[in-house]
Each structure stands twice: as structure tokens, then as C-alpha cells.
Ligand binder design. Structure first.
Ligand code: ADP
Length: 796
């Protein structure tokens, strides 16, 4: 039993032993000695796969044992459920676990009853903004991969969130888990924490560079892997690992490449290497797995993945559906899949060790940089850290690839011998502070300019900057912006400057919007309101079903609006205000574009040829855009506008029932990306609806149209299918088939001839019954078709 585990629930030691933890790893032992089970704050900077999670678990369990409550902050949403599942094994010790995902605008009240809460930093930030009462009860917070405070997009949120948690809760135990970085001591200073820093790994790691006929390792050893002219270096290295018998086991490889497309093509190519080394039994199991993968979704990505997996090879990237991702990870851990080609997202947190890690691409395209940029040392070290499966491999091997002697030398200098970069706060940037300054004021962390600056003094930025004035200067710029846009009021009378969030400022903070997104959305919607007055006179909007417009009616069966027929016969000639009138028809594309150009959406990139194509679309559909279109001569702004247009078109395609596959192909994205864009736009449109209701001067009709555009995204259907698609288990494709069979609404579905329903659902009886039941039909069973009797009839 691991020694020195006092302070934990009785039996935890035995439970750990039963899962193979015979004794604590040295860094874990050091953490215990530093007081991590006695409530001490700690920064653990140790290599990947060296048991950081257990350090966190020891801290959380002991804190809970003392009557407390723990929060575990994960770096990626995809990791939240994985961590929750991991922690659920403590439920036998009466420790309950909850994961908080989903909308950013609720207070997650139910989490109050959980002992461990798992969430991303964005989610925690939003829970604080929405006043989740249990935040005050926390006694222990864990920040996983804390070195990500260095990330310019997401780092500031983690930084400010930790500062807020520590401010509300002065005795809070803070446990920060980090990769080995250049300045872990600075992070420890910032968090007033003990530091455990170590290079120890449970399994030895040999790092080297392949060039010519051999891998040259850091310890001076060599391994012959001859590569002839015209042969593929990666393929040879993957084959070599598989052919090396080690306890009767050929070794698997993990190949890191720099783009999704490269991951896919690499997996295809490496399938030739793995496939010739499979046993008959493995072939059968892989075929079953491929079927399972095809069953997840009906897309090209799904098909490509299944094809590769049949050969014993797979790809892994953020564009994969999460079911696909976990199928691949599990089969790789089970040693059924022999080789995974991955983008670096896999290196971040997912526990998938391999005998050999091959870092094929050490440069990646960087848009801001405008070319290929070398990866960070930290990133490459984390990839390499995935090498070596404890208990299976004698050691792990991480290999970089060079095709000339100079590059070999450069790779040794740059990555093999190098220390990881120091982590640097990215907080003192306007976009980050815009959001966090508003939230800090709105949630009552600061009521004066001085209070605000003193709060910001608790951040990593303040702990490591030499330039004291910079944070104050950016803060003042941001306060100016927030005041001009009506989100914050400043009271400059008297000695101290008072700060307060306005009503709309509070709403923006709670909705988790970047204030700039809110300003953009409000401006866009106001242009409609202005133009709408003129238009309302001659183009009246009438409810399609004659019902009345109640924007508060949140039920699925809401009213849809169409333009009155009279408008279409109205000649432009007698309308002096025809310009304005053109703008009055709010279309889904206009709204999708509006939300796509806010800083809360990651726009799609423009590829070559896109500029021309979308410029054309821009002119064709100009009347639909809310707000002014920038001139073509404003290069950067115009490009941005077009990128948002491309994104908006993707959303429009989705809402027009275009096949997922077609969309993926048309925009060069994966199914996971489509889902991501749709989710973000849905969230922003929901926020737009709330904003539109909260401020004066925006027409009620607009609110309804925003809601309809959002609903169409939610279900991926045209207007006429909204009612049907709202029935559970129907979905966009089935809704269309039902509609074509004459069943046009939920009410129709309740009354419909069951044979017709069955026909539209391609004979799937169980699905049909479930759908009929969900539509509210009293007797959903399908007349005269008993699945058993039809099966036996077929048998005779
Ligand atoms: P990290 O978070 O540092 O990347 P993990 O916490 O995922 O690493 O640990 C890697 C693996 O090592 C896990 O499978 C874990 O169960 C195992 N492990 C952790 N601590 C021990 C230990 N003391 N003895 C044996 N195995 C351990």
C-alpha cells in the first residue's frame, strides 16, 4: 500500500494498489511531502504521463475528506467527460462527481451537491459571472495543463479565473499541474504554492533524429533504419517499430503531422505498412471496428477513417466526431490499431502512449506569422512524452525526421537538447481585457478603477511583468471602449473613479459574450430597426399560420413569419425609400453573417479562389447584410468580411438541408467543425435574441426572425420542417422524407396513417413507433406489423 496516505478516506490506498499503483512515483511522493494532502497549494511541473492526475486526486480526496469541495479545471471540453469517468471510481468512497458543460449562461445550481466538479476554465468563468452559489464552498481547485496560461486565446481566462477563485476564497488550496516549462517557479510564486519540479518519467525516453540510415539518439546510441532513395522515412520507421519483437509484441507508433489533411493522407499511406503485419484475428476485429466507425455517421471522414482502420492505421484530429475519437483511442490502447497519425491535439491530454513517437512535421502554417513556423519546444516535448507504454515497452522512443545533416543538427539544438520555453502571460492584450474587465466589474470584484487594478495585481501578468504601467494603460483603453459602448458607467467625481456595469453590461457579461461581439450584434440589429420603420408601412410581416407574435413563447411550436404577398407586386417605382426597404427583410444569411463576424466566432480561412467567389456572393446578396459592407480597398477588413461570409454560407447550407458530406467538401472542413460552427452560431443567436429584447429600439419582429434563424440551425432544416424536426428522434433527413410523404407537422404525425409513416422511415418499425410516441400519439404501435412475426414469416 502506498505509504503516507493519511488524511484520505479509509481504503483509498488498497483501491489504488488494486489498480496497479504499488507505490507512489517520486514526484507524487514529493507532492505528498510538500503537503498536498494537507491542503497546501502546489505546482507540479513534471513530464507527460508521470502521474500528475493522481497528485490532483490525492489533493481533492483529502480536501473532501475534511468536508470540502473540489473543482478540476480541464484544458479542453473533450477531456471533461474523460476526467469525470476517471474520478467516478471514487464514488465507492461516497465522493460524487459532476461535469459542467453546455451553455455558458446558467449557474449550474445542481452542481452544489457534488464533491468534485469538472469544467473548462471558460465554464468556470461563466459560472462565476452567473453567481453560482457553490463557488464560495470550494476548498480545492486543480488546474490541469496550467502552462496554457501562455495561450493568447484561452490563457487569460484561466489566469483571471484562478485569480477570482482565490480572491473569493482566501484559504483555497490551488494545485496546478504543468508540463516541464522554463519558469515553473514563477507560476508557483504567483499561486503562493510549493513547487515540485522533476524530469522523472515512469519509463525511460530516448529522443533522437532520423537521418539517412539510422536514428541518432540523445544518449549517443544509434539504431539502423535504412531508408533508400525514394522510400518514405515515416513508413520505414513505423515498420521498423512493428517488426521489433519486445516480449512478443511489435510496437505501435504515433505520428504527429501538421494538419488534418496530412493526418488523413498519412493514415492512408501508413495503412500499407500496418496491413501487411496483421494477424487473421486482428483483421476480423478491425473489420468490426470499421463497421462501428461507419455506423457513427454517414460522412466521407467516417468512411476514410473506417477504410484506414481496416488496415490497422488511423487518424486523429479535432475535426473528428467524439465517438470516432474515442473508438480510435481505445483501439490504439488495446494495440489493435498499430499506428495513429495525429495533429497535436492528441498530445494535449489524451492518454495514448505508443512505443515510438514520430514527429514528422516540426513546422506548421501560421496565419498571423504568414508562413511555416517551427513548433514550440514545449509542444514537441509533449508529443515526445507520449512515447513508451509502462509495463509493455523497455523504453519509449521519440524520433524527429531530418533529410540533411544541417537539419539534423538544427533539430538536436532546437528540440532534443533544448529546455521548454518559459510561460508568459498574455493578459495585457485588449481583446482579453475587454472581456475580463467587464466581467470583473459586473460580478462585483471591483467597483473603482483602483480596485480593478489591484484585482489585476493578483494575476500572473502582474507577477512577471517589468512594465508596471502597461496593464494600467491597456485597462484604461478598455474602460474607454466599454463606456463608449454603454456597458460600463464611470463616475469621475471625487478622488477615486467609480465603476459600475450598466444593465446591458451585466447581460453581456452573463451571456459570456466578448463585449465587442455584443456591440457588433447590437449595431447590426439596430440597422434593421431603423430601416424597418420605413419598410413596415408597405411590407407588412404577417404570421404564416395566422397566430400572433409572442416573442416570449419559447415553445417549439412558435409562429413563423413570411412577407405578405402584396409586397411582391408592389413596383419599386412608387417607393422613394426602396433602398431602405431592401434592407428590411432580415434573412438567415444576414443574421449568420452578423454573428460570424464577431470575435466569438473563428471564421473559416479563405483559400485560393475564395476571395473571387465570395466577393461575387457579397455583391449578389448585399441587401441582406446587416451593417455596412467594407470597401474592397480596405484590404484586411474586406478579407475578414469575406471569411465571415464563407462561414455564414456554411451555416446557410446547413439550414438549407445540404448534406453534411457536401458541406464538408465545399468548405474543406470535417463534420466535427460543422457541428462546432453551428453550435457557436446557435449560442450567439440565442444571445442576440436576449440582447435584442433587453435594449430599446429593436423591433419585435427582429427578435422572432433571430429565433427562427437559430431554430433552423438547431435542426438543420428549412422553415417548413421546423415543427416536424422538433419531434425527438426525427432529425433533418427523416423530417424531409415525412414531409414529402404529406406529413407536414407534429399534428399530422399524430393523425397520420401508420403505413405512410413507416414508408417514409424506410420500414424501420422501432424508429417509427418511437417517433409517433414522441409526437404524442396515444397508440404508437405499428398496426399489423409485429417484428417477430415478420421475421418468422421471412424465415419460412
Ligand atoms: P499525466 O497526467 O502526468 O500525463 P497520468 O496521470 O495520465 O499522467 O498518468 C499516466 C499513467 O500512469 C496512468 O495510466 C496512471 O494510472 C498511471 N500511474 C500514475 N501513478 C502511478 C503509480 N504511482 N504507479 C503506477 N501507475 C501510475
Amino acid at each position: 500500500e502506498p505509504s503516507s496516505l493519511s488524511g484520505l478516506p479509509a481504503g483509498v490506498g488498497e483501491a489504488l494498489e488494486a489498480e496497479g499503483v504499488a507505490e507512489l512515483y517520486p514526484p507524487q511522493q514529493a507532492a505528498v511531502e510538500a503537503g498536498v494532502v494537507d491542503g497546501e497549494s502546489l505546482v507540479a511541473a513534471v513530464p507527460t504521463a508521470s502521474g500528475k492526475t493522481l497528485i490532483a486526486e490525492l489533493a481533492m480526496l483529502s480536501s473532501i475528506q475534511r468536508g470540502g469541495k473540489a473543482l478540476y479545471i480541464v484544458p479542453l471540453r473533450a477531456l471533461a467527460s474523460e476526467k469525470k469517468a476517471e474520478f467516478e471510481r471514487w464514488e465507492e468512497f461516497d465522493v460524487t462527481v459532476g461535469v459542467s458543460t453546455g451553455n455558458y449562461d446558467s449557474d449550474g445550481e445542481w452542481l452544489a451537491s457534488r464533491d468534485i466538479i469538472v469544467a473548462t476554465s471558460e465554464k468556470v468563468d461563466s459560472l462565476i459571472r452567473n453567481g453560482a452559489p457553490w463557488i464560495d464552498d470550494l476548498t480545492c481547485v486543480v488546474s490541469d495543463e496550467v502552462h496554457l496560461v501562455d495561450d493568447s486565446h484561452r490563457g487569460p481566462t484561466l489566469e483571471v479565473t484562478l485569480a477570482k477563485l482565490r480572491k473569493v476564497n482566501p484559504g483555497l488550496q490551488t494545485v496546478a499541474l504543468s508540463a516541464t516549462v522554463g519558469n515553473a517557479d514563477v507560476i508557483a510564486d504567483w499561486l503562493d504554492a510549493e513547487l515540485v519540479e522533476s524530469d522523472w518519467r515512469p519509463i525511460e525516453l530516448h529522443t533522437g533524429v532520423h537521418f539517412g540510415n539510422a536514428i541518432n539518439f540523445d544518449d549517443g546510441s544509434q539504431r539502423e533504419v535504412p531508408v533508400e532513395r525514394g522510400e518514405d522515412q515515416t513508413a520505414k520507421l513505423v515498420g521498423d517499430a512493428l517488426d521489433t519483437e519486445e516480449g512478443g509484441q511489435g510496437g505501435s507508433s504515433l505520428v504527429f503531422v501538421n494538419s488534418r489533411r496530412n493526418a488523413e493522407s498519412s493514415a492512408r499511406k501508413l495503412g500499407e505498412v500496418t496491413s501487411s503485419r496483421l494477424t487473421g484475428e486482428e483483421r476480423d476485429r478491425l473489420r468490426d471496428l470499421a463497421e462501428e466507425i461507419r455506423g457513427v455517421s454517414d460522412t466521407d471522414t467516417s468512411e476514410d477513417l473506417a477504410d484506414a482502420v481496416e488496415q490497422g492505421s488511423a487518424f486523429h484530429h479535432a475535426g473528428l466526431a467524439s465517438e470516432h475519437r474515442s473508438l480510435v483511442e481505445d483501439a490504439f490502447r488495446d494495440r489493435l490499431i498499430k499506428c495513429v497519425s495525429a495533429t497535436p491535439t492528441l498530445a494535449a491530454g489524451v492518454n495514448t502512449p505508443a512505443r515510438r513517437v514520430i514527429v514528422r512535421d516540426w513546422r506548421r502554417y501560421d496565419g498571423e506569422f504568414g508562413g511555416m513556423k517551427p513548433l514550440d519546444v514545449l509542444e514537441v516535448h509533449q508529443m515526445c512524452g507520449r512515447a513508451g507504454r509502462p509495463g509493455l515497452d523497455p523504453y519509449g522512443e521519440a524520433v524527429l525526421l531530418a533529410n540533411d545533416a544541417d537539419t539534423q543538427e538544427e533539430l538536436f539544438e532546437r528540440y532534443v537538447w533544448a529546455e521548454a520555453e518559459p510561460v508568459r502571460s498574455k493578459l495585457a492584450a485588449e481583446p482579453a481585457l475587454r472581456t475580463h474587465v467587464l466581467a470583473t466589474i459586473a460580478s462585483g470584484f471591483a467597483a473603482t478603477r483602483e480596485g480593478l487594478l489591484s484585482f489585476l495585481d493578483n494575476t500572473l501578468y502582474a507577477a512577471q511583468t517589468d512594465d508596471e504601467g502597461r496593464l494600467a494603460a491597456v485597462t484604461d483603453t478598455v474602460l474607454e471602449y466599454l463606456e463608449v459602448n454603454g456597458f460600463v458607467e464611470r463616475d469621475r467625481d471625487g478622488g477615486t473613479e467609480g465603476l459600475a456595469a450598466t444593465g446591458i453590461g451585466h447581460t453581456v457579461s452573463r451571456l459570456y459574450l466578448d463585449p465587442m461581439s455584443a456591440a457588433e450584434i447590437l449595431d447590426g440589429l439596430r440597422t434593421v430597426a431603423d430601416a424597418g420603420d420605413a419598410a413596415a408601412a408597405d411590407a407588412e410581416f404577417v404570421p404564416a399560420d395566422g397566430g400572433d407574435a409572442d416573442p416570449d413563447d419559447a415553445e417549439p411550436g412558435f409562429t413563423t413569419y413570411t412577407r405578405g404577398d402584396a409586397d411582391e407586386t408592389d413596383g419599386d417605382a412608387d417607393r422613394p425609400d426602396s433602398d431602405d426597404d431592401e434592407r428590411s427583410a432580415v434573412t438567415p444569411l444576414g443574421l449568420y453573417h452578423l454573428v460570424s463576424r464577431t470575435p466569438d466566432t473563428y471564421e473559416l480561412y479563405l483559400k485560393s479562389g475564395d476571395r473571387e467567389e465570395y466577393t461575387e456572393v457579397c455583391y449578389e446578396r448585399e441587401p441582406e447584410f446587416l451593417g455596412d459592407v467594407p470597401s474592397e480597398y480596405e484590404d484586411v477588413r474586406f478579407e475578414d468580411w469575406l471569411a465571415a461570409l464563407k462561414t455564414a454560407r456554411l451555416l446557410e447550407d446547413w439550414a438549407n438541408e445540404v448534406d453534411e458530406d457536401r458541406i464538408a467538401e465545399r468548405y474543406g472542413v470535417g463534420p466535427g467543425d460543422i457541428r462546432g460552427k453551428v453550435d457557436t452560431a446557435e449560442w450567439l443567436l440565442r444571445a442576440a435574441e436576449t440582447l435584442a429584447r433587453d435594449v430599446d429600439g429593436i423591433d419585435g419582429d427582429v427578435v422572432v426572425q433571430v429565433r427562427e434563424a437559430r431554430k433552423r440551425l438547431e435542426y438543420g432544416v428549412r422553415e417548413e420542417l421546423l415543427d416536424l424536426a422538433g419531434v425527438r428522434n426525427v432529425g433533418r433527413k427523416r423530417a424531409r422524407r415525412l414531409y414529402e410523404a404529406g406529413i407536414e407537422s407534429r399534428a399530422d404525425l399524430r393523425e397520420a396513417d401508420k403505413a405512410v409513416v413507416l414508408g417514409a422511415l424506410r420500414g424501420r418499425e422501432r424508429t417509427a413507433e418511437r417517433i409517433l410516441e414522441n409526437a404524442g400519439r396515444e397508440d404508437p404501435s405499428i398496426d399489423g406489423v409485429d417484428p417477430d412475426s415478420s421475421a418468422s414469416a421471412a424465415a419460412t
